[in-house]
Design a binder for this molecule. Structure first.
Ligand code: NAD
Length: 462
């Protein structure tokens, strides 16, 4: 754990690295990104071990969603950095000609990246890729809730990256509070909305801009005309990967009248197909991160507000295991509908039609993600047009997050700002406008005295 009184000096060291132009050149940014890639490749086994230790993740899932995801982000960034860093030419109005107008992306300085525990490698390092690509030095604050991964990141980063470019601060509330007292040029926070408010208040003291990547209850709408079997498999996969501890997991399902029974049966079948008759024995099912979250989730199950448990509903605290669970006949005011579930519990609610589903969503906070399953383009575009969400995948789930050129982030209660690919580069850059006018010619039309003739010309051209 980082000593609280060491934090100001750690940040100062990074500030000096920035001021000395450590990452001014594109080549030096790429060199750091290559080192980060090398770390992920060479240390894959140890990183996956830590993820297994913290969350009991299946090794291939840890590879896919954390290691490979971050490597892809690095490769995409290196490939595109030339075009992203190039000044962008914009048009000059005729009255200002001859002149040029360009937007120069410039690094912000020293930034702070605070990460959560559910994808602790990806969510700590993917923002770092963007920060380095844009030329910033950065402090990483991994989550103490995934301690094995946090400690390993703190050990490996100084081995691979310049200590004047990137530093890691480990710890919990006390350390993060101390970190937030220091002035940064940007704070990038991923986690829950309550802490986001603390982060934003701390940032306000220094007028530091923030990106807040938060969560929420992401709905999946299932229209009666969909292919129910495929829909159920896709929803079950997206919900139960990482045992539902995914910010963009479908939190609940709104199913249109007529296919509810078929959908519930297909969800149950998908769970058996993925994890067998006893998911606890499956090597492919993740555990709940800690007892506190285990108790929170079983508390939601115990507090009712639904008619039947179609699948799962059981748990084993000593193993931090909660079975993949599907609840039917869920009331809109059930406790399980009052907060983001963030675990392997899927409530299914019936709606009369798609407009009712749209109304249900619009009556609640704006979600981080929204999913809709239908064979009708009209239904899909109606859902997209009439709802607000951080991002949308149609006829599947989660995948918009993995397309590097799609900006990823929330809206309203699910967050502010986006990243991934170019959006990440932009978030850590100031797009600086530069207008450049040659010294000659120097017509006097804009200068006093404003003669009648000048006034006429100004009115004609402006
Ligand atoms: P968490 O408990 O690990 O907290 C996140 C970070 O905040 C940690 O680094 C922690 O040290 C710090 N923190 C905690 N309390 C603090 C305080 N009082 N002051 C300052 N810092 C503090 O993670 P979490 O919040 O449980 O994460 C889960 C939430 O994050 C869910 O809501 C989920 O949807 C959301 N999430 C969003 C995304 C996204 O990309 N939008 C990704 C993952 C998770």
């Amino acid at each position: 754990m980082t000593a609280v009184d060491a934090i100001p000096e750690i940040v100062q060291n990074l500030r000096e690295g920035f001021a000395d132009g450590l990452l001014r050149e594109k080549s030096s940014r790429i060199a750091q990104l290559r080192q980060l890639r090398l770390m992920l490749v060479e240390q894959e086994d140890r990183l996956v071990d830590a993820l297994v230790d913290d969350l009991g993740k299946p090794r291939i899932e840890a590879y896919m969603t954390e290691i490979a995801f971050t490597i892809n982000e690095i490769d995409h960034t290196i490939k595109n950095l030339d075009s992203w860093t190039k000044p962008e030419k914009v048009k000059v109005p005729i009255t200002f000609k001859p002149a040029t107008a360009k937007i120069y992306p410039q690094p912000l300085g020293t930034v702070c990246i605070i990460a959560p525990w559910n994808y602790p490698v990806q969510l700590t390092l993917a923002p770092l890729v963007a920060a380095l690509a844009a030329g910033n030095t950065a402090v990483l604050k991994p989550s103490e809730v995934a301690p094995a991964t946090a400690e390993l990141i703190a050990e490996l980063i100084p081995e691979y990256l310049s200590s004047r470019a990137v530093a890691v601060v480990t710890g919990a509330v006390e350390e993060t509070t101390a970190l937030l007292e220091v002035r940064f040029d940007h704070i990038f926070y991923t986690g829950n909305g309550t802490v986001a408010r603390i982060v934003m208040a701390a940032a306000a003291k220094h007028l530091t801009p923030v990106t807040l990547e938060l969560g929420g209850k992401s709905p999946a709408i299932v229209a009666a005309d969909t292919n129910v079997k495929v829909t159920a498999r896709r929803i079950a996969w997206a919900k139960f990967v990482n045992a539902g501890q995914t910010c963009v997991a479908p939190d609940y399902v709104l199913v249109e009248d007529g296919v509810e029974e078929e959908l519930l049966a297909a969800l149950r079948d998908a769970i058996t197909e993925f994890f067998g008759d006893d998911p606890q024995a499956s090597p492919d099912f993740t555990r709940i991160v800690n007892e506190r979250h285990y108790d929170r989730l079983t508390g939601l199950l115990d507090s009712g507000g639904y008619e039947t448990t179609v699948a799962g509903g059981t748990g084993d605290r000593a193993d931090r295991y909660i079975a993949p669970t599907v609840l039917a006949g869920v009331k809109p005011d059930a406790p399980v509908m009052n907060e983001e579930i963030f675990g392997p519990i899927l409530p299914v609610l019936n709606v009369g039609n798609i407009d009712e589903a749209i109304g249900f969503i619009n009556d609640r906070e704006k979600p981080l993600a929204l999913y809709a399953f239908s064979t009708s383009d009209d239904v899909l575009s109606r859902v997209v047009d009439r709802t607000s969400a951080g991002g949308v995948t149609l006829n599947h789930a989660l995948l918009h997050l993995a397309v590097p050129d799609l900006p990823f982030g929330g809206v309203g209660e699910s967050g502010m700002g986006t990243y991934h690919g170019k959006a990440g580069f932009d978030v850590f850059s100031h797009r600086k406008p530069v207008f450049n006018k040659p010294l000659r010619p120097d017509p006097s039309i804009m200068y006093p005295p404003y003669t009648k003739m000048k006034q006429k010309l100004i009115r004609k051209f402006m």
